[in-house]
Design a binder for this molecule. Sequence first.
Ligand code: NAD
Ligand code: ZN
Length: 255
Amino acid sequence: MPKLSKDNEKKLDELAGLLTRSKGTAAMTGAGASVESGIPDFRGKGGLWSRYDPEEYATIFAFQEDPKKVWKMLAELIVTVEAADPNPGHIALAQLESMGMLEGIITQNVDGLHQRAGSKNVFEYHGNCRSLKCDKCFKRYTDVHMYKKQSPPLCSCGAPLRPDVVLFDEQIPGAVQREAKELASRCELMLVIGTSAVVVPAAYLPYMTKANNGKLIEINTEGTALTQDADISIFGESGTILPALLKIIKSRVDI
Ligand code: NAD
Ligand code: ZN
């Protein structure tokens, strides 16, 4: 495990205390939580998003206007996600849940890596890449590889299919929005991990925790829009910080 700075050691020690005492802890994750799994975030050099401008390729309007063009990006996204494995950060979060220290994870990621790491209570705020859906007749398809035979893949009704992800300028599905809001408002502690905290409405969730006197802990490689409002900001890679946190907690629980 890479060595922690003295500053991070102190902050993790404090966080371990808060977590052990908390009566309800949630996590919210963003693209940064999966960077160490090989899925680039919006700024990753040479990654998907440096070749496909999200404004041009990831909005619902772009899909409606030219589904074939948007499927070039979607196909690469599916291939990237399928090639990735959970990293030590995902695994540490799953272990915290199984130890009863974490109620659930609200994730903005569409990669399914939290579930693959063993997390059970995962709210996929922006959907997932595991199925395709039709916006016209609402039929769903489990074979996400239909695009290999025909692009865009078509529904039996003739309309173009798209993955079950939330594109920019689209509404968050009502059920997950309610569940995420409920968890964020209720928890005493929220770990905000690897998100630039600017994509709304997800970026509002930590403020629901704060509005109910909950504490916000940020884990990110750098400062974000949330840093000034966080109670503790821990700067580092989630694949290093989260296993280090788990280790401290385990050493205390064992005593
Ligand atoms: P973002 O790309 O805007 O921000 C990522 C954040 O993660 C940045 O603040 C960066 O400093 C931080 N980061 C990078 N590497 C990190 C690491 N190893 N450990 C900790 N932090 C790290 O991502 P966002 O805020 O999630 O918003 C982008 C939108 O696009 C979201 O909907 C997001 O889920 C989606 N997206 C998803 C994936 C995925 O499913 N894996 C990948 C790219 C984008
Ligand atoms: Zn259809």
